[in-house]
Design a binder for this molecule. Structure first.
Ligand SMILES: [Zn+2]
Length: 423
């Protein structure tokens, strides 16, 4: 009898709950105060109870945050500038009570968005419920994407210097097909690259990792691989990019081993091309890797004239996915946690495709030198590169794909149950 009563109460609670959970998604203008300036974001949102949840993908595009989703892993990868943030959909402890799935979209409350902005932009998001406004602040000179038209808002209640709100358009993903992957083993032949105290040479290690990566890509991803070198031979930096461009590579991955006079320096770094290095250290590394080009008569200033690449967005995405997979291996230590670095490397500057350069561990660090001699470490690095490329392919080949908690379209009730399970 008691049990029956309990069941009845439970059932009625479920019914009320289910009723309340029938969310209506609206595509409307959300008022924000952006570092003191009132704006409007044109974005999907859901109201549930006293809270509003905002479409993460739309929010990201308004703030120049690159959003990518790797369906197999249910992983959302967010990149902005050199910062990146990884979220596992439905399993992110910090976002446990801050999200809603609906219509294959991932919505976050103000608290959830606060977590995103804190991680990527040293920023914060607060909900001003009285004025139905999101108060957003962040540390950067970069403004969100500018809007097309200004629109006076008669009912705007937000505190701010003006009542002009600007709508921010929603970004549409890019579709990108990968058939040929260029793997570039740094140095070779007369150019040994960095050399350890015990005589271990960078050129040998980069070749081993490159060959292993090529094998894994062909076997697991069934893609064509172009190696700029497959034996111990000298190839100039110009020739490397020429090989990549002539063969119409779709993505370019250069593999190097790091070195410095500081014997304590350790960890793996992932770089994309930029005329301005992230910091002095990154600039120094680029200078070392470009040295062979500079010695051969190349002028340093040419590097500065290349400008930023049009495929920056895809390079960041590729770098982020490789970094994400690197972080998955306990013995592959990431030097700059969650950061993609930028530096003016000649070889990725001139490759006519999304390109990243890896500085795998430090040959000058005694412990990492031991790791570099270990074949398991090298094959983990190769595996991380391969999976990173695979995730990149998955996240760029189907831009229309939204975050999906379930494999196929199901009835709303069923989908809701699945969502609950995911929590
Ligand atoms: Zn190198």
């Amino acid at each position: 009898m008691r049990i029956k009563t309990y069941l009845l109460i439970l059932l009625s609670f479920f019914c009320i709950g289910a009723q309340g959970l029938k969310d209506k998604i609206t595509f409307s203008e959300v008022k924000v105060v952006d570092n003191g300036t009132p704006r409007k974001l044109k974005i999907y949102s859901i109201s549930r109870g006293f809270d509003t949840y905002y479409h993460l993908k739309g929010f990201c595009s308004a703030y120049d945050i690159i959003f990518s989703y790797v369906p197999v892993k249910k992983r959302i990868l967010l990149n902005r500038g050199t910062s990146s943030l990884r979220l596992t959909v439905g399993a992110e402890p910090k976002l446990k009570d801050c999200y809603i799935f609906s219509d294959k979209k991932y919505f976050l409350s103000a608290e959830g968005l606060n977590y995103i902005l804190a991680g990527l932009m040293k920023g914060s998001v607060k909900a001003d419920k009285k004025n139905k406004t999101l108060v957003i602040s962040y540390e950067t000179a970069k403004k969100p994407v500018e809007t097309v038209k200004n629109k006076a808002n008669g009912t705007g209640q937000a505190a701010g210097p003006s009542r002009i709100f600007r709508a921010i358009p929603v970004f549409k993903g890019e579709k990108f097909k990968v058939e040929r992957i260029v793997i570039d083993a740094g140095h070779g032949g007369k150019d040994p690259g960095a050399v350890s105290k015990d005589g271990l040479q960078e050129k040998q290690l980069t070749l081993e990792i490159a060959l292993e990566t090529a094998r894994m890509i062909k076997e697991n991803l069934k893609k064509e691989v172009i190696l700029t070198r497959s034996k111990d031979e000298y190839i100039s930096l110009q020739e490397r990019t020429a090989i990549a461009n002539k063969n119409k590579g779709d993505i370019f991955v250069a593999i190097h081993i790091n070195a410095t006079t500081d014997r304590e320096a350790r960890g793996t770094e992932v770089y994309i091309y930029n005329t301005e290095p992230t910091d002095r250290k990154s600039g120094g590394i680029a200078l070392r890797e470009n040295m062979e080009y500079i010695k051969a008569g190349g002028i340093r200033s040419i590097l500065g004239e290349l400008g930023s690449k049009s495929n920056d967005y895809l390079s960041i995405l590729l770098a982020g996915n490789i970094l994400d997979n690197m972080a998955g291996y306990a013995n592959v230590e990431i030097r700059n946690k969650n950061s993609i670095l930028r530096a003016p490397f000649y070889v990725i500057a001139n490759a006519n495709m999304p390109a990243v350069l890896l500085e795998v561990a430090f040959i000058t660090n005694p412990e990492e030198e031991r790791k570099l001699r270990n074949s398991e470490f090298k094959s983990n690095v190769a595996r991380a590169i391969t999976h990173g490329i695979e995730d990149f392919i998955n996240s760029t080949s189907a831009p229309e794909q939204e975050v999906a908690p379930v494999a196929a379209a199901k009835a709303p009730e069923e989908e809701k149950k699945q969502d609950n399970k995911d929590q």
